[in-house]
Design a binder for this molecule. Structure first.
Ligand SMILES: Cc1cc2nc3c(=O)[nH]c(=O)nc-3n(C[C@H](O)[C@H](O)[C@H](O)COP(=O)(O)O)c2cc1C
Length: 260
């Protein structure tokens, strides 16, 4: 495949990014451009006239993250084909893919394929793992094969229509985020600032201590997962209860689903 491939994604803990990249590898794209919207302050101003786009998001409460909707506001396309990816933490993806389809169409993309993949849950910890270490080798292989099948579709072997995608319109109600955030263990923290540099909503300030503006935290847990001292943790009672629920009800391995 010679045309340019545009990778557009929001991925605080990088599982979405891994899948998007593997799909591009399966497509055999040599000309790949990244539009990483994770750490963008504001929105990107982008008009895509040719090539193929792969658009990836993590599922937040069965929906597309609101922060992604803001970041992608300034993106538009001249009818170029797009592949959609929803990455979820082994619970459900519910209406996230249909919502992403509608967003992509409203921006001028022609959706030709969509996939739901599984990644380690944001709330997963070493002691209480949820889909730990996913996507694993088998997931990455499936993403690559999906890319190869998209390549066939682009070459005309399969009709170029938008596939049937599971999910409901109207979408499920959006759960409000904000007010709950990871906390820092001062004994362990060395004030290195890694947490602040990975936070997608820029809510962490490191001065004499680490200060987190919980009101604008999206609980992605990038600061928890990338802290080299293991000094950040999300142990709010609401999240602890959620974690318990996920371990009790969502521990059975789910597999990726691709729609072409
Ligand atoms: C606020 C929030 C809501 C989430 N909601 C869901 C959900 O509804 N279903 C699910 O399976 N996983 C859910 N997750 C887990 C993420 O979808 C999952 O961890 C994903 O792999 C993160 O993607 P990233 O590594 O690209 O940041 C949620 C995570 C957060 C932070």
């Amino acid at each position: 495949m010679a045309a340019k491939t545009h990778l557009i994604y929001f991925s605080p803990t990088k599982t979405t990014r891994k899948i998007v990249e593997q799909i591009a590898a399966g497509l055999n794209s040599h000309d790949v451009e990244h539009y990483d919207l994770t750490r963008m302050d504001g929105m990107v101003d982008l008009r895509l006239e040719d090539g193929l786009a792969i658009i990836g998001i993590p599922v937040y409460a069965g929906r597309v993250p609101e922060v992604f909707l803001k970041r992608i506001e300034g993106v538009s396309a001249a009818g170029i084909p797009a592949v959609l990816v929803a990455l979820y933490g082994n619970r459900e993806y519910e209406d996230a893919l249909v919502e992403l389809r509608d967003v992509a169409h409203s921006k001028g993309f022609a959706v030709i394929a969509a996939g739901a993949f599984i990644g380690e849950h944001s709330y997963s910890t070493a002691e209480q793992p949820i889909a730990a270490n996913r996507p694993d080798e088998a997931d990455l292989q499936k993403a690559k094969e999906f890319g190869a099948r998209i390549g066939e579709k682009l070459q005309g072997a399969v009709a170029m229509a938008t596939p049937q995608i599971p999910g409901n319109v109207p979408y499920r109600e959006r759960l409000p985020l904000g007010g709950v955030a990871p906390e820092t263990d001062r004994e362990r923290c060395t004030l290195c600032g890694t947490c602040a540099t990975v936070c997608p909503t820029f809510v962490i300030r490191v001065q004499k201590e680490v200060v987190t503006d919980a009101q604008n935290c999206v609980m992605c847990c990038a600061c928890v997962k990338y802290c080299p001292e293991n000094a950040r943790a999300l142990r709010h009672p609401i999240v602890n209860a959620r974690r318990e629920m996920l371990i009790n009800n969502c521990s059975q391995r789910k597999e990726p689903a691709c729609f072409l």
